[in-house]
Design a protein around this ligand. Structure first.
Ligand code: UD1
Ligand code: CA
Length: 454
């Protein structure tokens, strides 16, 4: 089936009280409009048309340059029907046009698929929900045979119609040829003086079409976001769905209400995640990985059996198996740990390879370095990799021992089995098996008389 998707995103969203257009506000780290477009992309070959007005340039900047997407401008917001009308010239000879809202971010692809499947030349599809308090929504008016005959907006509804609890979600699927016929015929003679998209329902019935309705699996799928509170509520609902899926896959979450996934989290077997972990981008956790409390992990691959202790921050790092990181460690982009490597508290690693079984356990900065296997880096060691303009590399051979509080001034090579005495400032290469000590010699004065106060 050939499909066009029209996404309404021209409204201001004034209740967000923000300089960012509403549809660019995120749920799970992704703009709401991005969620909508990604759901629509489940229809192979769909063409997407985003109707923009308020904050148009912002939205173009964020979503421009995508082949399957074009924009239609609605300069004045004269109603939902008027909004779709702006995209009409772009619609091709598709069978169906699916209409979505940029501020209704969490509709499941399978819901949209079921809706579109209702449509043919004689039928259109409408997504509805039943609400306890339907105030403000368009009511679904049915005849004695329970067939939909119209949608009446709240402000235009009679007292009896306001009793109806089945409401329009706004999401609908319409035969494109019919949409092209109906939209230009809309009138704005109603309580709000707007061109209502919802008026096409009565037109469809008048033209002998049947309006088939469908409820989403979860009511939250059609919740719109108008303010920060609704955004936060939808975020929590979405996170709860994500944690439920993880637990179904066998992941232990010490508190399913205290984990945030802003991207894709892929877990092996018997992964344990303690409270308040935040995952961003694409994160892979191998079998048996433990993530301690309050860790932030972004775009990382973490091998089986590795443990990340509390308060660690990892970004674009790669860990092989059985590594141990933290507590309070920082792995920056390009940190690459081989099997059984250890990075301890208050250690920062950037763009460096830490070889198999090597340890950087306390208070160190390792940047632009390559460490062989079984290296021991003492507390407070710093690779001096930057002269203010250029970055230089440090190489440390297998089984080298770097004494505490050493400064390794790059570019510099430390050989295999080499030893660096504590407190050294190393500016020249150290050969294999050598000891290098580069610090002031200790001076000792007998019977030293301390100054005394007068
Ligand atoms: C609309 C429906 C109502 C439904 C409700 C669900 C109409 C006439 N009414 O209500 O039946 O129950 O949604 O939330 O369709 N927009 C534009 N341009 C416009 C007007 C709106 O792009 O000129 C966009 C808004 O940015 C928003 C969406 O369309 O994303 C819905 O607009 P909103 O004003 O919230 O909907 P209502 O008309 O109140
Ligand atoms: Ca509304």
């Amino acid at each position: 089936m050939n499909i066009d998707v029209v996404v309404l995103a021209a409204g201001q969203g004034s209740r967000m009280k923000s300089s960012l257009p509403k549809v660019l506000h995120p749920i799970a780290g992704k703009p709401m409009l991005g969620h909508v477009l990604d759901a629509a992309r489940n229809f192979a070959g769909a063409r997407m048309h985003v109707v923009i007005g308020h904050g148009a340039q912002h939205i173009r900047d964020a979503f421009g340059g995508q082949d399957d997407l074009s924009f239609a401008i609605q300069a004045e917001q004269l109603g939902t029907g008027h909004a779709v009308l702006q995209a009409l010239p772009q619609l091709g000879n598709s069978d169906v046009t699916l209409i979505l809202y940029g501020d209704v971010p969490l509709t499941q692809a399978k819901t949209l698929q079921a809706l579109v499947a209702l449509v043919d030349a004689k039928n259109m599809g409408l997504l509805t929900v039943v609400m306890n308090d339907a105030t403000g929504y368009g009511r679904i008016v049915r005849n004695a045979e329970q067939q939909v005959v119209a949608i009446v907006e709240h402000k235009d509804a009679s007292a009896a119609q306001r009793e109806i609890r089945e409401v329009n979600t706004g999401i609908m699927a319409v035969p494109t040829a019919r949409l092209k016929q109906w939209l230009p015929a809309l009138k704005n003679n109603n309580a709000q003086g707007e061109y209502y998209l919802t008026d096409i329902i009565a037109m469809a019935v008048a033209d002998g079409l049947c309006v088939k309705t469908l409820h989403p699996e979860f009511a939250e799928e059609t919740n719109g976001v108008n303010n920060r509170l609704q955004q936060a509520e939808l975020e929590r609902w979405h996170q709860a769905q994500l944690s439920r899926k993880l637990m179904e896959q066998g992941v232990t979450l010490l508190d399913p209400a205290r984990i945030d996934i802003r991207g894709e989290l892929i877990c092996g077997r018997d992964v344990v995640i303690d409270i308040n972990a935040v995952f961003e981008g694409r994160v892979e956790l191998g079998d048996g990985v433990y993530v301690g409390p309050n860790c932030v992990i972004k775009n990382c691959v973490i091998g089986a059996g590795s443990e990340i202790e509390a308060y660690s921050h990892l970004e674009e790092a790669t860990l092989a198996n059985d590594c141990h990181v933290g507590p309070y460690a920082r792995l920056r982009p390009g940190a690459d740990l081989a099997d059984k490597a250890k990075v301890g508290n208050f250690v920062e690693i950037k763009k460096s390879k830490i070889g198999k079984g090597s340890k950087v356990n306390h208070l160190s900065y390792i940047g632009d370095a390559t460490l062989g296997s079984d290296v021991n880096v003492g507390a407070g060691t710093i690779t001096c990799n930057y002269d203010g303009v250029n970055k230089f590399k440090t190489q440390i051979g297998d089984n080298a021992f770097i004494g505490s509080n050493s400064s390794l001034v790059a570019p510099v090579n430390i050989g295999a089995y080499a030893t660096v005495g504590a407190g050294s400032t190393i500016t020249k290469d150290v050969g294999d098996n050598n000891l290098a000590v580069a610090r002031g010699k200790q001076v000792q004065i007998d019977h030293w008389q301390r100054p005394v106060k007068k």
